[in-house]
Design a protein around this ligand. Structure first.
Ligand code: MNH
Length: 526
């Protein structure tokens, strides 16, 4: 790979800028007490849970604060007013730094890690966004159902054996198989394996390594981990190259018959509608890894947190289940259009992502010298991390009971009554999540299927513990299941063929500089 900046002993990612640079009045921003010379604010901080430590500090320090670790200073924003100001796309943009920049040796200028000015961002965005339109999603639906049936098959066997199910483990299998199948026509066989597929191990390895780079005191301590990381990256690359070769050898399209093909087909065959440009082979490799990673970890966490809260709140589960029964009725297998109709189930997901936004922060930088919130001067290029989990608990927005799980916060009237830019699990602006509708369709479908089939029984001894490896996950979450009685549950059968809606794009926001191209992903006001 061309970039090896983080493997040569240079721990700071390229383009890294400590907050001293971008914040002329940094000293006015509060920091935790008991600063230690050189080391900074490490008292009471754990290297494994940087986000949850920051959440704790936020409670003491207010809507904006800074932390210093090993000579580097970071600014964190979690108050609703300041976060909304940073969502102003005319003055701020995505900042690629820190954890994201650490991933550049793996995925370079693919969608998630591209710098705003890199031409491959717009190219890949325009080529791939139609892969998330309504039509594309409707074509993925039968494949999503197929993978979900593997999950219920596995859960039925666990249930029959009297075992508790491993929720995050199984959700990760489900979401990985889903993005691999729908995006790339690939089967990792996750449900047929006792251990995670080596691709998953390598992926988790690179994510963990990237997080460690943020807090590592010295590169020397990382030497062995760095070698390991290079082997992981080589394995990821090899796997993807095999996948691409297999597709080229077959010369065929993946995905649904006669459709536009799957994401891989788009990456390999589609020219930009205006410039005629195509993704390079190197870029395709980086995009495939990006989508396999970005397309499953966060959705897996979202499903896991949702199941955790459903198991603890039987009335909420009962209401969502009643909705599934009512909307899906006796249909053996839900059709594409029947998924978005599950409003309560969707609210459960929204609320789970409020409390635990599984991509827990995003970084924003000033496009030009500006004053954040009318109070904090910033220089061009100055940046801060928006702590989504903190924003989502701001009592000014969410009330004094912000810690309570309550899906009714997302009924239509409540959403309308809230100020814009107060709920940001998908990030913001042009660089917001491209896979949002994909994740929501998949997760709503799966929650619906699980609620229809099982009662969830929490392990009374379980206390929520959240692990952080760039994304959040409820660690060690297990629960027992009970099958609902057969009269309650419609039997499973073959997927009903549903005519594709001849769809207008979902969103109406223009994609980037071109006013001709409509982005089917991003909606105005997001
Ligand atoms: Mn997703 C960007 C959250 C599911 C692919 N995603 C982002 C960002 C957030 C995010 C936040 C913005 C990061 C930033 O500003 O630096 N994503 C999520 C969450 C879920 C999720 C919480 C599930 C729940 N994401 C998915 C799925 C896919 C996907 C599913 C693919 C199928 N996400 C992406 C890509 C980007 C992204 C690609 C980068 C988009 C861009 O910069 O153009």
């Amino acid at each position: 790979m061309a970039e090896t900046g983080t493997t040569t002993g240079d721990v700071l990612p390229k383009g890294f800028r400590s907050a001293e640079f971008g914040w002329p009045e940094l000293e006015r921003i509060p920091h935790p007490p008991h600063r230690i010379p050189l080391l900074g604010d490490i008292l009471g901080a754990s290297r494994r849970t940087p986000l949850q430590d920051s959440l704790r500090y936020a409670g003491q320090l207010g809507p904006i604060f800074r932390r210093k670790a090993f000579g580097r200073e970071f600014v964190f924003v979690g108050g609703a007013a300041l976060a909304a100001d940073m969502a102003d796309e005319t003055r701020f943009a995505k900042h690629v730094g820190l954890g994201i920049a650490n991933l550049r040796p793996v995925v370079g200028d693919a969608l998630f890690t591209a710098y705003n000015h890199e031409p491959n961002w717009q190219l890949a965005h325009d080529v791939l966004a139609p892969g998330f339109s309504r039509e594309a999603m409707a074509a993925y639906h039968p494949m999503m159902l197929d993978v979900a049936e593997r999950l219920t098959g596995h859960w039925d066997r666990e249930l029959a054996a009297g075992r508790a199910v491993d929720v995050p483990g199984d959700m990760t299998k489900l979401t990985l198989e889903t993005i691999a199948r729908t995006g790339f026509g690939h089967d990792f066989g996750s449900f047929e394996r006792a251990r995670p597929h080596p691709f998953v191990t390598a992926m988790v390895g690179t994510l963990t390594y990237a997080q460690r780079l943020n807090t590592a005191p010295s590169p020397a301590l990382l030497r062995r981990a760095t070698r390991r990381n290079e082997a992981d990256i080589a394995y990821l690359d090899r796997t993807v190259d095999d996948l691409v070769r297999a597709r080229r050898d077959r010369g065929g399209r993946g995905g649904a018959d006669g459709g536009a093909g799957d994401l891989l087909d788009r990456m390999l065959d589609t020219a930009h509608p205006e410039t005629g440009e195509r993704l390079s082979a190197q870029n395709v490799r980086r995009q495939v890894i990006t989508f396999l990673v970005a397309g499953h970890e966060t959705t897996s966490g979202a499903l896991s947190f949702a199941l955790h809260y459903l198991s603890l709140n039987p009335q909420i589960a009962a209401r969502a289940r009643a909705e599934v029964d009512q909307v899906w009725g006796d249909t053996a297998v839900p059709a594409y259009e029947q998924v978005a109709k599950l409003r309560h189930v969707r609210r459960v997901l929204d609320e789970a992502l409020r409390l635990w936004p599984t991509a827990p922060a995003f970084a924003r930088e000033a496009r030009a010298d500006t004053v954040l919130g009318g109070e904090h001067p910033m220089r061009r290029g100055g940046w801060a991390l928006v702590l989504t989990a903190m924003l989502h608990r701001d009592p000014e927005v969410w009330g004094p009971d912000a810690e309570r799980f309550d899906p009714d916060r997302f009924d239509a009237a409540a959403v309308r009554a809230r100020a814009p830019h107060t709920y940001k699990p998908w990030g913001t602006g042009a660089r917001a999540c491209i896979g949002r509708q994909f994740a929501l369709h998949e997760a709503t479908l799966v929650l619906g299927l699980l609620l229809r089939r099982y009662e969830l029984r929490p392990d009374p001894a379980y206390r929520l513990r959240v692990t952080e490896r760039l994304t959040l996950m409820p660690e060690g979450l297990r629960m027992h299941l009970e099958r609902r009685t057969p009269t309650q549950v419609p039997t499973q059968g073959v997927p009903t063929q549903v005519p594709m809606p001849s769809g207008a794009p979902v969103g109406q926001e223009a994609a980037g500089p071109s006013s001709e191209l409509r982005c089917p992903v991003h909606r105005a006001g997001d």
